[in-house]
Write a protein that binds this ligand. Structure first.
Ligand code: ADP
Ligand code: ASP
Ligand code: MG
Length: 415
């Protein structure tokens, strides 16, 4: 007789909004989860709200109040994920599978109260462990935690990914699997670049850079937590069987394409302060009040000064522009600047890859490709593994596609 070592995994499976958009898909997901449990793996599930439910709830809130109270908004938004968790548990019951739907609170996810952008503080996984021991599949509502005072806090848009990874770490899972409407992480958003290819794997640092630069496919803090704790994440489709993309910290040969992906982000606004006096402490005077108001600033460019006056430009998310604009008149007066202009017709396109830092010429190739595609560059920023250009939003589609081609990502043999 030959011995076989059977290895069962402990895994957190996360299903995004599209995967649980209606009753039929929820039943499909239930079948998938039940199959996995039947094969011997220990599974904890995290779900997002059904389809566009979170957007619908926000619209509903805005219909009853122009400026909804942040605590009540979180109270409302948390219900989107509660619904999916309860429904998926019911669908599993209908398949004779034991399961229990849990809110973020019941799952022991504690967070600090910054409503709409909470941070996970700690996870008390006792209840989930108890359910697993009792043979029930825990189905956890993503995107939320509770404060020590038992108030709901949501963790930021798209943050069910973060719930899944954080639970994976707390439960000592072998890996986290996120099921989406795409078959993995692609070289660019396949909705914008028809030639985009699935990557077999991608490093944490590259994925983090892609996510931070606006790739919606994975929440950036989820990648950060996974990287810190070395928890691999599989990104795969809930509709199509396939190998997906593994996000991990492994190393491989030098031969692969150094640019791993092109990322686009349409959520950009730009503020330019005109004729800012060039003296010590000015930048602090500008950015301190913005930070205090919770406005997070992305790119900052200060021009060389001419006759002690300089222009200073920064970018931020469009949703933060109103709050920033409310402070700008006071800031201009305090520092003696001539005034400011704001622009929202912009987008940001980046190339990302761990290899580009060791090889010269990537920036030049990027600028040439954009010039040939007749795209004007407004601002440029770089990190060790990324080059980003801010361009007019009308040029985003041609910019992303041109870069995808220029860096050889259309070619399946080079990805
Ligand atoms: P979830 O349902 O898990 O929340 P999302 O809708 O947030 O999933 O993310 C999936 C979407 O991300 C895809 O529909 C795709 O259009 C978009 N996307 C953006 N960039 C990429 C990329 N590089 N690879 C794959 N998908 C991407
Ligand atoms: N439902 C939340 C959102 O739409 C969280 C998520 O889907 O991850 O942002
Ligand atoms: Mg998402």
């Amino acid at each position: 007789m030959r011995w076989r070592i059977l290895y069962f995994m402990r895994v957190v499976q996360k299903f995004g909004g599209t995967s649980v958009a209606d009753a039929e898909r929820i039943r499909h997901v239930a079948g998938q989860v039940a199959g996995r449990v039947g094969a011997g793996d220990e599974v904890v599930v995290v779900v997002s709200a059904m389809g566009n439910r979170t957007d619908e709830l926000i619209d509903l809130a805005l219909e009853v109040s122009p400026d909804p109270d942040p605590r009540e908004l979180d109270q409302l938004l948390a219900t989107g994920e509660h619904m999916s968790a309860a429904l998926l548990a019911m669908a599993l019951h209908a398949m004779e599978q034991e399961a229990v739907g849990l809110t973020g609170s019941q799952a022991g996810i504690y967070s600090r109260a910054s409503h709409g952008s909470g941070r996970i503080q700690r996870i008390d996984a006792d209840r989930i462990e108890e359910e697993l021991r009792a043979g029930r599949i825990p189905i956890v509502a993503g995107f939320q935690g509770v404060t020590e005072e038992a108030d709901y806090v949501t963790l930021g848009r798209g943050a069910s990914d973060l719930t899944a990874v954080a639970l994976g770490v707390a439960l000592g899972a072998d890996r986290c699997e996120t099921y989406k409407d795409v078959e993995g992480v692609y070289t660019a958003d396949p909705r914008i670049v028809p030639a985009a290819r699935r990557l077999a794997d991608v490093h944490y640092e590259e994925m983090l850079e892609m996510a931070t630069q606006g790739s919606q496919v994975m929440h950036n803090r989820a990648v950060e937590v996974a990287a810190t704790n070395e928890l691999p994440i599989l990104v795969a489709s809930s509709m199509v069987d396939g190998p997906g993309t593994l996000i991990h910290g492994g190393s491989e040969m030098e031969e692969r394409n150094r640019v791993r992906g092109v990322v686009d982000d349409h959520d950009i606004a730009k503020v330019t302060l005109r004729h800012v006096p060039d003296r010590r402490g000015i930048a602090a005077q500008i950015f301190e009040p913005l930070a205090e108001a919770g406005v997070s600033v992305d790119t900052i460019v200060q021009n060389a000064s001419e006759r002690n006056l300089t222009d200073l430009t920064f970018t931020l998310a469009r949703g933060d522009l109103r709050r920033a604009a409310g402070l700008m008149d006071d800031i201009c007066e305090a520092i003696g600047a001539d005034g400011y202009t704001a622009d929202t017709n912009l987008g940001k396109v980046s190339i990302v890859g761990a290899g580009i830092q060791t090889e010269p010429g990537y920036a030049a190739r990027m600028f040439r490709a954009l010039a040939d595609a007749e795209v004007n560059i407004d601002l440029i920023t770089t990190s060790e593994i990324r080059i980003t250009c801010i361009v007019h939003e009308d040029h985003m589609g041609q910019a992303v596609n041109a870069l995808h081609t220029a860096f050889g990502l259309d070619d399946p043999d080079r990805v």
